[in-house]
Design a protein around this ligand. Structure first.
Ligand SMILES: Nc1ncnc2c1ncn2[C@@H]1O[C@H](COP(=O)(O)OP(=O)(O)OP(=O)(O)O)[C@@H](O)[C@H]1O
Length: 478
């Protein structure tokens, strides 16, 4: 039987420092949830609270719908496997796997169950070996065998593969997915490896600084990251994040100014792009995944593509694909601490962080619509004249050779103060694109680029995603 796990506003404090802050999360029976985040973000602490190895400072834990915060660890029917799970050195694999079964029921012969577990883990031929006679990967399988032999209702794995080499890891990863699916047991798996998380989890919960950022199916996490941190943490190569300014004149096409170039949004504007209008004149972070940009001249632009240009700074040949590092004259936005990860007093981090922005944004939409003229912010922040390097017209591409080889100091029209100067980087290569090996590019060459604006992400200055529009929108009062 598998059970649901529910964390309600759970926090953990060590001394004065919060390791986990107000995490609310439900893992459905039989679900495989991966906790993902950088080192020290609180993943293991969440796992240890579920197991009962750490007390919960605030909030409540429910197992199978029953309050469980005060239930003793051994009464939680939970099995846990750690990174360096210790096996009993003097016991064979058979004895190690059978040990929890003997503890529970010493009078019964458990050989059948031990064999079934060993078969599932493909370690039947290791049953007579001692831990010292096995490799790291084999020992880790035995450790898993010992954890699952008594068929727990919840299975917790804390970086179980991190001490293994890459090949073995990817092999065991597939094995774990298979075994857990076969067992149908509710599983929480901790890792800092985004590829591991994306390949294993039914859902992935991303944590940062003790705060849950987003919990979504891997596909949704990649396609609709709630904020710039999630966008940057998930995906290899990392999403390109550029400092931009929304340029939305009431009488002309909308664009995103990216330093020395301008990304014109195709007409008619999509709903998501229309919503960007309320950011007129404001600094934003523009996100482009490497596959959203391709090499091609403006004349080959498909509907929904906009032209840019770049100077090749570096080329990585990976065999099946090529990663081209370019200088487009923009500034790379740096992720850490862009948004507050602390939850507000009235709710979870992601939800509560969204609301004030949405309220403000929608208030601006209402007032702009009512006034039917540019608001003061719009007048103040409209970009004075064309951005150098961007051509006029509805679908301009930068004139050939217009992209400079070096980047000038400041972004024209940028509203100062959104991203402090100390967090800015003057890009040596601000954009990476993924290309097929058929494109031959040389370092130093200017190449024309086409950006698929259907795959454009825009984050506001706090780091929250504003394009595509957030999933939860308050009702717009007209
Ligand atoms: N027993 C403890 N006493 C004091 N601080 C602790 C204790 N355990 C964890 N912490 C702190 O709590 C924070 C979260 O730790 P935790 O081990 O949960 O992070 P993690 O995301 O699992 O990191 P890693 O991937 O490196 O294991 C860290 O800052 C850590 O130093």
């Amino acid at each position: 039987m598998s059970r649901a796990i529910e964390l309600r506003e759970v926090s953990k404090r060590f001394g004065d420092a919060y390791a986990v802050r107000r995490v609310s999360l439900t893992v459905e029976p039989g679900e495989f949830l991966v906790l993902l985040g950088p080192s020290g973000c609180g993943k293991s602490t969440v796992l240890r609270m579920i197991a009962g190895l750490e007390d919960i400072t605030e909030g409540e834990l429910f197992l199978g719908g029953e309050p469980a915060s005060d239930v003793l660890p051994r009464e939680r029917d939970i099995a846990m496997v750690f990174q360096n799970f210790a096996l009993y050195p003097s016991m064979t694999t058979r004895e190690n796997i059978g040990f929890p079964l003997r503890l529970r029921d010493p009078s019964t012969n458990h050989e059948h169950q031990v064999r079934a577990t060993a078969r599932m883990l493909a370690i039947e031929d290791l049953l007579e070996r001692l831990p010292a006679q096995m490799s790291g990967g084999e020992r880790q399988r035995v450790a898993m065998g010992r954890a699952i032999s008594r068929r727990p209702s919840v299975f917790l794995l804390d970086e179980p593969l991190s001490s293994l080499d890459a090949k073995l890891r990817s092999h065991l990863r597939a094995e774990i997915a298979r075994i857990v699916a076969e067992l149908g047991v509710t599983t929480v798996y901790v890792t800092h490896d985004q590829a591991e998380a994306m390949s294993l989890g039914d859902r992935v919960a991303v944590m940062r600084d003790g705060v849950l950022q987003q919990a979504s199916a891997p596909r949704d996490l990649y396609a609709r990251p709630a904020n710039v941190f999630v966008a940057a943490f998930v995906g290899t190569p990392r999403i390109n994040l550029l400092e931009g300014v929304v340029n939305a004149p009431l009488d002309g096409p909308m664009a995103l100014d990216l330093g020395r170039q301008r990304l014109r949004l195709p007409q008619p504007l999509t709903t998501d792009h229309q919503l960007l209008r309320i950011q007129q004149g404001r600094p934003v972070i523009v996100g482009l995944r490497p596959e959203a940009v391709r090499i091609g001249p403006p004349s080959q632009a498909r509907p929904g593509e906009a032209a840019l240009g770049g100077v090749v700074e570096h080329v990585e040949y990976l065999g099946h694909e090529v990663l081209v590092h370019l200088n487009t004259g923009s500034r790379r936005a740096v992720v850490p601490d862009l948004e507050s990860s602390r939850p507000a007093a009235d709710g979870g981090a992601v939800r509560s962080a969204r609301r004030p922005w949405l309220d403000r944004a929608l208030h601006r939409v209402s007032s702009l619509a009512a006034a039917r003229e540019p608001g003061p912010a719009a007048r103040r922040a409209s970009v004075p004249g064309p951005v150098p390097g961007a051509g006029p017209g509805p679908a301009p591409g930068p004139a050939r050779g217009s992209v400079p080889g070096s980047i000038p100091g400041s972004v024209p029209g940028a509203v100062p103060g959104s991203i402090p100067p100390e967090r800015r980087t003057t890009a040596a290569g601000d954009l990476v694109l993924r290309s097929g090996p058929e494109h031959r590019v040389r370092v130093g060459g200017h190449i024309p680029l086409l950006v698929d604006l259907a795959r454009l992400y825009v984050f506001d200055h706090t780091g929250m995603r504003i394009c595509p529009a957030p999933d939860q929108m308050p009702v717009l009062h007209t």
